[in-house]
Design a protein around this ligand. Sequence first.
Ligand SMILES: Cc1cc2nc3c(=O)[nH]c(=O)nc-3n(C[C@H](O)[C@H](O)[C@H](O)COP(=O)(O)OP(=O)(O)OC[C@H]3O[C@@H](n4cnc5c(N)ncnc54)[C@H](O)[C@@H]3O)c2cc1C
Length: 413
Amino acid sequence: MLDYDVVVVGGGPAGCMAARYAAKGGASTLIVEEDAEIGEPVQCAGLISKRALEESEIRTSRSFINCEIKGAVLHSPSYELMLESPDQGAFAMRRAAFDKELANEAEKEGAEIFLEGKVKRVQKRDEDKRLTITTATANGEEKIRGTVVIGADGVKSIVAKMAGLTVTKSTLNCAQIEGEYETEEAFAEIFLGKRIAPGFFAWAIPLGAENHARIGLCIDKRCSSQPNPLLFLKRNLVEHPIIAKRYKGTSSRFTAGRIPIPVGTGWRGHNTVKADKEGGIILVGDAAAQVKPITGGGVYYGMKCGKIAGEIAAKACLTGEMELLGEYERRWWKEIGKEIAFGLKVHKLRCVMSDKDFDTLLHTLSRGDLLRQIRRMGDMDYPAGALRELVKNPRLIRLMARDILKYLYTKQR
Ligand SMILES: Cc1cc2nc3c(=O)[nH]c(=O)nc-3n(C[C@H](O)[C@H](O)[C@H](O)COP(=O)(O)OP(=O)(O)OC[C@H]3O[C@@H](n4cnc5c(N)ncnc54)[C@H](O)[C@@H]3O)c2cc1C
């Protein structure tokens, strides 16, 4: 039987980063990944900030970058707002290549990778205080023992289920293609509207190569009578006044996926650790619903929390003090908890807004003082700061009053 200090289930950004830091901390570490190749299949638009790239600590050539993104154009049904972000820096990237680089870095620290092993069960600690993982492989079942198991197995996490940890309230349903598209230079485009992407937004991310983009959307099925995002994507490609005009009809790399909406009730309610006498389990990344509810981005938070998870798991294994795992929850919540909690409120407000509200909002935001404020404070990884300042503005309070009331009286979902 394979035997390690730390077993990481899932070889995405969160898992690779957790494994890298566990190995760096001196723990024997294994990543178990169900797919045959790290990074495939891709379920991502590939938009990442410069800060997130720095967080990845990848020092080799940036072979995975498609192009630099200079800002975003927000489209409501009748308005548009251009937000340049010259200082911030963002990139469109090839996720598969990025994930492979992260896995290489984990291996350099000493972590091993077991591919084509689908984890089916995690059994509670035995008398040696070890957990046993049962994995389905092409040659039958393989059992692996570990002192700490890190569940980095994405939005449908089997590790979370086995541990009885609930972190996800609901999921966004997403669909995306890559295709020929007349891009807005190096600007990402965001499309808001009930008919376009109920409860979330649609996007077009330029890929640098001439006239090529990732075109996709997510919907919150709680705000839509139709839960299938593909129907919205097909309609946008044919009917949306901007998307349909720019889309040239070819498509490749179809992706469907989900993004978790966190329960977000504070670190005592958002349970990502099981450290009682049966456990030794930590959740990280999408498995822990560590995503930005406003944009759905999860790569940066997943890597950030992966580092903390790996570091603490190694410390707990080497000292034998499993109660140290509790520190994980406090540390990651301190880093991104407030962003998640505030982001959930904004997401819920977005769900009750009408198309007319989106138009009025963009029109109001395009006024000089507010626009300058967004440009100065806007931050794609930590949007709460700028939004908190904006909602203090009397003009916006008046504008949003009806939606805020609707939000307050909407049944808690
Ligand atoms: C359409 C779409 C677009 C997105 N765009 C962006 C974006 O532009 N920017 C951004 O930051 N985020 C984006 N996201 C979110 C982002 O992709 C995720 O937040 C991120 O991948 C989470 O990383 P992770 O390591 O937690 O999980 P994942 O990347 O999902 O990795 C989990 C890994 O676990 C493996 N696994 C699952 N179950 C098992 C099992 N039982 N046994 C073994 N292995 C298992 C999977 O094969 C997978 O490799 C997008 C998501 C979607 C759906």
